[in-house]
Design a protein around this ligand. Structure first.
Ligand code: SME
Length: 152
């Protein structure tokens, strides 16, 4: 099991700027190194109302843009609830970017009551994300938000 408390302390130390672009890139790079069995991790950012734009990520080139009414990422943005999917093939609305992806975890990033974007993690292992992973990644998103200034 990933030690998310340790990762939180490492992320806090890593984010030594407040710039959203730098911090989101660093966060993705750290997650892909430290969390096992990921084939894609990245941010989608709401840069126009109701649309997610591809932001910093690690993995294969990915789908862009994603409207709020599409995909697992859109569901996370729309509902502001984390989406934890054991089997992406069971989700009719899933947008396949990398055929390796089997499981997905999408955490909304809410800043001052506004949906800033989402953090999306994909795994080639079905059922990869347990409730503990969800809680751990949500805590890392909280650290990212607390460490960052969200101007454009
Ligand atoms: N699978 C996502 C799209 C983004 S990629 O996984 C990087 C979705 O259904 O929203």
């Amino acid at each position: 099991m990933t030690n998310y408390a340790l990762l939180g302390r490492q992320l806090d130390a890593l984010l030594d700027t407040t710039d959203w672009l730098t911090n989101s890139a660093q966060t993705c790079a750290m997650l892909v190194q430290e969390v096992p069995d990921l084939n894609w991790v990245g941010f989608y950012v709401q840069r126009e109302p109701g649309v997610l734009h591809l932001g910093p990520f690690q993995g294969k080139p990915a789908c862009h843009p994603i409207p709020f009414d599409k995909g697992v990422c859109g569901a996370a943005a729309r509902t502001r609830q984390t989406q934890r999917v054991d089997d992406v093939h069971a989700i009719a609305d899933h947008i396949a970017c990398d055929s390796a992806s089997q499981a997905e975890l999408v955490v909304p990033v809410v800043v001052d009551g506004r949906l800033w974007g989402v953090l999306d993690l994909d795994s080639p292992v079905p059922g990869r994300f347990a409730a503990e992973d969800q809680a751990g990644i949500e805590a890392l998103v909280d650290i990212f938000v607390a460490s960052t200034t969200f101007n454009d």
